[in-house]
Design a protein around this ligand. Sequence first.
Ligand SMILES: [Mg+2]
Length: 164
Amino acid sequence: MSRFLPTEFVDSIFEIDLEKLKSMGKKGFLFDIDNTLATYAMAVPDEKTKEWIKKLQELGFGVYLISNNNERRVKPFAESINAGYIAKALKPRIKPIRQACANMGISVDEAVLVGDQLFTDIWGGSRIGMHTILVKPISEVEHGFVRFKRRFEKLIMKRLNKKG
Ligand SMILES: [Mg+2]
């Protein structure tokens, strides 16, 4: 069972501790795209995500995209952040994961795999002993935020009504 489990679990990519991973000897990231770096509706990452990936590259980390989505989706996304990519990776197959590491010139031990799904993204990496990080799917985080906003709105309306 533990081989299904991620090494770490965070709310979003922005909570990934880059300094810690660097000190652990990690040299490159393999990212899932959909719901990990962007929603399905976004053709390229938003500015905040682009900035974060740039920072990661400036810190010396390799960045590689590994997606089960097709070339048409993955290529422009990868180009927008100067990253290599493998489309139609058929995760949790291990072959594309190893291939991505080889293309970055790093070993599996030096790589970190980041994704939003346990049985596709994480399982593939975990079963070959890779450091894996599960993030909450972006769409769900957005929905969570909408729910939070609604609750907040309700609370305010209640207060206003009391005053009135
Ligand atoms: Mg995904």
